[in-house]
Design a protein around this ligand. Structure first.
Ligand code: 44T
Length: 853
């Protein structure tokens, strides 16, 4: 392969070329021929260099050679990618785009490479350009939607639509500016709204910083559109990297910021404010200068926060964080060992541990029960740098709380009040009608531990790595203490609660639990993502698979032995002769028990795609304890190096009896490349073999939901205090919303559920979806969205729904570009398209007389 660094220097030469130059013509024609020849020989690198030369010298060939040039580029880029020559790959794209700057296919492809390399911001720029050039370019559109979610997280829409929050910030800023804070820095400006409030309030100098490139660019556009471009200096920087005078000429008298997440500290506000006090802010108002010169001091909005917590029982949280089922699809889970979600603030350094998740408690299906009164876990003064600095070295604090209600302890829920100033505050509590979610600290190992009124719950509050940590560590009952979180080592100063009535049995149990846990437990514990945990707890799903697999396997075994008169050997210990074995492949993503369900019938060799070694250990332990021979369980990914080899046959002469495909993502979308995988799987099945699932029926409903609208786009000028923000941020609106819980989504149903389309995984035909579906409106309203979900048919009779109460799947919804006003009795025509794995839906009211037939 040629080295592209030996490429001709083009650019200038093309501009200087003269028409009718015979030497040039000859060079062009011979290079073109060479390019074509190299292309035929699949020597893409050389072909690419020749094409570059041709198109630089003779731009009139652009139309003629465009297709082949693109093809060559993509092939050559593929090769460079596969051998890790990434810089050269991007050089080639840049050269190609110098020649064809408006080629949307090349732009889109460049974006794809960037995205894969993790350059999401840059990738977004290319997808955006490609889309501007051809708005109907489906690949670029799909790619853009994918990055839009990364670049501009959905909560930006919620926050900007939260008029109450915006107004409170505006008033607090106005008051501060009017009382003399004339120089302002907005840390984490987002779209620039707080900075604009400061300017509007009359601040003499306003600075703003934003670490995300996309948000920074957006803020610049917004500020310009609101006529403040000369008035607010925006920096694309993390505040921690800013200094005086390089970035701002002098220290400011006011910092405004809303860099807080549901757990308050997750966006690094403590570190940012410590840095700001040391480097960017005027000194705080101290007792000595309280009555002195106002403008010489600095302050922060918000001035501080109070963090509240509450112990809750919540089955929905429970099933996402710990194993609740004892039997799954007929398998006993007794031997599986410690399994829980990676969400934990335990001190054990486990991989990918995050301290909390977030949920809107009021929207949790099945609700929650408060087991204690809300209590204050922490207060913090943002205007006191010593206090901020002391936070991470603060002793772990223990709080003892009376239990007020009987229930299982599933989690501690956390929210906070943000004190903007002395008078005004915002609350992120579960009862408030705000955009905020609460932070959830799940309790892992108190399996089925019932709290009772009269108990005292001991909660530890810590501040580690600038995160707030909370855990329920023990319960005091009848003078005894019962440890809850087994994986934590109890501190030495343990005897702080006297034990007046020692119970030797309980003592022994506690001692045993500690012995078992301190070193060994954390090593053996297996972490599963919340969605994998919920899947494992989804007993209906496993039972359905068990029945469908059992049915298929007995059918195939019947066939195998029919006519032979041989006795069926269904001994799960694996004494079936190899030639009689059936082969099942489970290509589910992440942790899956399905291979074991297939193996438990005996006479079946199963291949699991579980990758992580701890998860493989769990499967092996479960196989062993359920009487399945270890020889009948193999891990496919230990055998195949690359993913392309994933769907192959078990051995030369064998084909698969069943292939289990994972078809729906937890977020509610169809998995990418599902249909490609299904076609491959079809070729690898033995006669009578089966793909699970065989068919997916997509259902949807017409709904009116303002909540979905608020999450998808900024609604006009009013919520954003009259500032013109919506046209800019709404460029990042995506039409498909994911991770919805349809059962608790605030919405009005305007129709019955209807079938949108069917994907048949066992049959290649009929899967090109572009259909019209007519749905009758049952109540008048504005259709704003079409939520959709799946009925997943394992075989003709057995199906699982992605909507049910125990589902580990969430739902998705298409939000219509414009709400559609309808009356009861109207017929709505939905134009439903599936492109790759992306569903798009357009809706219009059907002309009544057409519908009659
Ligand atoms: N999400 C809340 C967290 N930044 C809000 O780049 C509430 C989540 C939430 N810039 C549902 C609802 C809600 N220097 O654009 C971001 C971020 C930027 C900084 C410069 C720094 N030191 C930082 C730190 C962060 O600030 C912006 C806002 S962070 C707000 C987080 C609606 N789910």
């Amino acid at each position: 392969m040629p080295n592209t660094s030996a490429r001709p220097k083009h650019g200038r030469r093309s501009r200087r070329r003269r028409r009718g130059d015979p030497a040039r013509d000859e060079l062009v024609s011979s290079s073109l021929q060479s390019a074509q020849q190299c292309l035929l020989n699949q020597d893409y690198g050389t072909a690419f260099v020749h094409y570059l030369l041709v198109l630089n010298l003779a731009p009139e060939f652009k139309d003629f050679a465009q297709e082949s040039f693109r093809f060559t580029l993509f092939k050559w880029a593929e090769e460079l990618d596969s051998v890790g020559r990434i810089q050269e790959l991007f050089d080639c794209y840049e050269q190609a785009l110098e020649i064809l700057p408006a080629d949307e296919v090349i732009l889109n492809s460049m974006g794809e490479h960037l995205f894969r390399m993790g350059f999401r911001d840059e990738a977004a720029g290319y997808f955006h350009k490609a889309l501007k050039l051809r708005p109907e370019f489906p690949e670029a559109r799909e790619n853009f939607y994918r990055v839009a979610n990364w670049l501009v997280e959905r909560w930006h829409f919620l926050m900007l639509n939260d008029h109450g929050r915006n107004q409170k910030y505006q008033q607090a800023i106005q008051k501060a500016v009017q009382s003399g804070c004339s120089t302002v820095l907005d840390i984490g400006t987002g779209t620039g709204i707080l900075g604009m409030c400061a300017k509007q309030a009359g601040a003499a100098e306003v600075y703003a910083c934003e670490l995300s490139k996309t948000m920074y660019e957006l803020a610049c556009e917004v500020v310009t559109a609101n006529g403040m471009e000369g008035d607010i200096k925006i920096l694309h920087k993390k505040s921690l990297e800013m200094e005086v005078p390089a970035d701002i000429p002098h220290r400011v008298s006011l910092v405004v910021t809303e860099t807080v997440d549901a757990g308050l500290f997750g966006e690094g506000i403590i570190e940012s404010l410590i840095h700001a006090w040391h480097h960017l802010l005027l000194p705080p108002k101290s007792n000595e200068n309280k009555f002195g010169e106002q403008s010489a001091t600095g302050r922060v909005i918000p001035a501080g926060a109070t963090v509240f917590a509450l112990a809750v029982e919540c089955p929905e949280i429970r099933r996402h964080h710990r194993l609740c089922a004892t039997q799954v699809g007929g398998l006993s889970m007794a031997a599986c060992g410690e399994i829980h979600s990676p969400v934990s603030c335990s001190s054990e350094p486990e991989e990918s541990v995050e301290p909390y998740t977030t949920e809107r408690l009021s929207r949790l299906p099945g609700g929650y029960t408060a087991l204690t009164e809300p209590f204050t876990a922490l207060t913090i003064d943002f205007n006191n740098v010593q206090e901020l600095e002391g936070l991470s070295s603060r002793e772990v604090q223990r709080i003892q709380l009376p239990v007020t209600q009987q229930g299982e302890l599933d989690a501690l829920a956390v929210w906070f009040q943000l004190h903007l100033d002395e008078e005004s505050s915002l609350s992120t509590g579960p009862q408030e009608d705000t955009c905020w979610e609460q932070a959830i600290y799940p309790v892992h190992s108190a399996k089925c531990f019932m709290l009772k009124p009269g108990d005292e719950l001991i909660v530890e509050v810590s501040c580690r790595d600038a995160y707030l940590g909370l855990s329920g560590v023990a319960v005091l009952r009848g003078g005894r203490q019962i440890h809850l979180d087994k994986s934590r080592s109890w501190p030495r100063s343990e005897n702080l609660v006297p034990n007046p009535n020692p119970n030797p049995e309980a003592e022994l149990c506690t001692a045993l639990a500690c012995l078992q846990t301190n070193q060994k437990q954390s090593k053996d514990s297996c972490l599963l993502e919340c969605s994998e945990m919920a899947l494992l707890n989804n007993t209906d799903y496993h039972q359905s698979f068990r029945s469908a697999l059992d049915k298929l396997i007995s059918q195939l075994k019947g066939k195998l032995h029919s006519g032979e008169g041989a006795a069926l050997n269904t001994d799960p210990a694996g004494s079936t002769p190899a030639s009689d074995l059936l082969y099942v492949l489970d290509v589910s993503e992440g942790f899956s028990l399905l291979s074991l369900l297939a193996a438990s019938q005996g006479g079946v060799k199963v291949y699991s795609s579980v990758e992580k070694s701890k998860q493989q250990e769990v499967l092996k332990r479960l196989a062993h304890s359920n009487g399945i021979s270890e020889q009948l369980l193999e891990f496919w990914l230990n055998r195949v190096e690359d993913e392309q080899g994933m769907l192959q046959r078990p051995s030369g002469e064998k084909l698969w009896s069943a292939i289990i495909l994972d078809c729906v993502e937890t977020c509610g979308l169809i998995r990418q490349k599902l249909m490609e995988k299904a076609s491959l799987a079809r070729c690898l099945l033995e006669e009578g073999g089966h793909i699970f699932p065989e068919r997916i029926v997509v259902h949807g409903m017409l709904v009116e939901s303002d909540t979905l609208l608020r999450e998808s786009a900024v609604q006009g000028l009013e919520p954003t205090l009259g500032f013109n923000i919506s046209p800019f941020i709404n460029q990042f609106t995506v039409p498909v919303h994911v991770f919805l819980d349809f059962s608790t989504l605030e919405c009005r149903h305007l129709s019955e559920a209807a079938e949108l389309f069917v994907l048949n995984l066992m049959d290649a035909n009929s899967n090109y979806i572009n259909r019209e579906v007519k749905i009758k409106v049952t109540s008048a309203g504005r259709i704003t969205a079409v939520p959709f979900w799946y009925h997943i048919y394992l075989d003709q009779e057995i199906s699982v729904s992605s909507l049910g109460q125990n589902s580990h799947w969430k739902q998705a919804a298409v939000v219509l570009p414009e709400p559609l006003q309808v009356q009861a009795g109207d017929w709505v025509c939905l134009n439903v398209k599936l492109h790759k794995s992306t569903i798009s839906i357009l809706a219009h009211i059907e002309n009544t007389h057409v519908v009659m037939d």
